[in-house]
Design a protein around this ligand. Structure first.
Ligand SMILES: NC(=O)c1ccc[n+]([C@@H]2O[C@H](COP(=O)([O-])OP(=O)(O)OC[C@H]3O[C@@H](n4cnc5c(N)ncnc54)[C@H](OP(=O)(O)O)[C@@H]3O)[C@@H](O)[C@H]2O)c1
Length: 266
């Protein structure tokens, strides 16, 4: 029986789906009945994810427009349709004060975090969604709502992705719904430099008592992609364990303390 959360017979493309939040999203979509097409740069990791999900995969960078076209063609060739696009791949580089930022690396952040989502939606729209409809979910960040130490390129590009989400929602309705999910701190590789050695303390500072798990975000993405969210477009769903409301819970702002004193691998 098809449930409102069910995606039986649908197909989905998920970027950055070899680990972390993207892999959890692809798993949750697959569990809901969708066939999935995954991508990331590491070919072995893409192969493993596709096999585990019984789907297909293509290695490459979302910064490469040809890769996005090939990805769309692959999904259409294998599944005959593209109902869902999840723009999840991102970079948190260049990290550091904006006055030290190399403008070329700044541009790369926008290529991966903003331009690639637009290009992939254009591909999916032209190939299938423009005629048949569908749903797009962009993975933004809770941090896009405010400023923080050393994350100027990341935060600014994610704020642009948030705006792109709303703009596309207006332009692509009623055929295609476009929404975003904004995670708080989640236990993944990208954020390892923030949570490593401090997971319990960071969790204790949050109203819901722990940092996020990839599946917390995945469930929200799948809900927005499903017919259960059929009258929702242009929305941003904050999935942050209460990060935004923590000032009424705890005076600590330990994520920002960590951003100030540590850095991701470049
Ligand atoms: N973790 C958090 O605390 C947190 C908080 C807020 C928002 N987010 C957002 O959540 C999303 C997923 O992040 P995550 O934490 O799950 O990170 P992650 O565990 O590091 O995974 C990132 C995924 O994206 C792929 N990727 C990176 N750059 C890519 C590129 N240029 N082209 C194609 N694939 C690429 C990676 O594989 P390859 O390296 O092999 O390409 C990997 O599959 C991102 O949009 C991030 O901004 C995360």
């Amino acid at each position: 029986m098809t449930t409102p959360y069910g995606l039986e017979g649908r197909s989905a493309i998920v970027t950055g789906a070899s680990r972390g939040i993207g892999l959890a999203v692809a798993e949750e979509l697959s569990r809901a009945g969708a066939r999935v097409c995954v991508t990331a740069r590491d070919p072995d990791a893409v192969g493993r994810a596709a096999e585990r999900l019984g789907g297909v995969g293509l290695a490459g960078s979302v910064a490469d427009p040809a890769h996005l076209r090939e990805l769309t063609e692959l999904a259409l060739r294998e599944f005959g349709r593209i109902d869902v696009v999840v723009n999840n791949a991102a970079t948190n580089q260049p990290y550091g004060p904006l006055m030290d930022a190399d403008p070329d690396r700044w541009r790369e952040a926008f290529t991966v975090n903003v331009e690639a989502p637009l290009r992939l939606v254009q591909c999916a729209w032209r190939a299938w969604m423009g005629e048949h409809g569908g749903a797009v979910v962009n993975v933004c960040t809770e941090g896009a709502g405010h400023v923080g130490p050393n994350v100027g390129a990341y935060g600014t590009s994610k704020a642009a992705l948030l705006h792109l989400t709303r703009q596309l929602a207006g332009e692509l309705a009623p055929k295609v719904r476009v929404n975003s999910v904004s995670p708080g701190l989640v236990r993944t590789e990208m954020a390892r430099f923030v949570w490593e050695d401090a997971e319990d303390a960071l969790g204790a500072g949050l109203p819901l008592g722990r940092i996020g798990r990839p599946e917390d975000i995945a469930r929200a993405v799948v809900w927005l992609a499903s017919d259960a969210a059929g009258w929702i477009t242009g929305a941003d769903l904050l999935v942050d364990g209460g990060t935004r409301v923590r000032s009424a819970h705890s005076p600590a702002d330990t994520v920002h303390d960590r951003l100030r004193t540590r850095a991701p691998d470049a």
